[in-house]
Ligand binder design. Structure first.
Ligand SMILES: [Zn+2]
Length: 117
């Protein structure tokens, strides 16, 4: 997919990312990927204690944010729209509905069956 073709998805992903970041109350993460990654890797006791107060909602949102970041990285790399498993183009309606999808529907269903979704 060319950068021009990916542009609408990039806009949609950016919007989703900003909305998620706002929900997670981590305003910096919307613009600072490095800070977000550092924070995720921080396994200090203080962070663990903080996390206990965070709901599972935040964890789910965090996983979604990571998928959005990965999709934006694929746009940068020029591989956006290809299935991560079979390398076929992901159907446009699927990307429009879920622009963060890393796999085509068939591979996603396979991944979910083996519990790696
Ligand atoms: Zn596939």
């Amino acid at each position: 997919m060319t950068p021009q073709e990916a542009a609408p998805y990039r806009r949609q992903l950016s919007k989703m990312r900003a909305a998620l970041a706002a929900q997670m109350d981590t305003p910096d993460s919307a613009e600072d990927d490095a800070a977000y990654v550092e924070r995720s890797d921080d396994s200090s006791a203080q962070l663990a204690a903080e996390r206990e107060f965070e709901s599972s909602f935040d964890e789910r949102e965090g996983a979604e944010l990571a998928m959005i970041d990965a999709a934006l990285a694929r746009i940068e790399a020029g591989t956006y729209g290809e299935c991560a498993d079979c390398r076929q183009d992901i159907a446009a309606p699927r990307l429009q509905a879920s622009p963060e999808s890393p796999r085509c529907i068939a591979c996603q269903q396979k991944a979910e069956r083996r519990g790696a979704a």
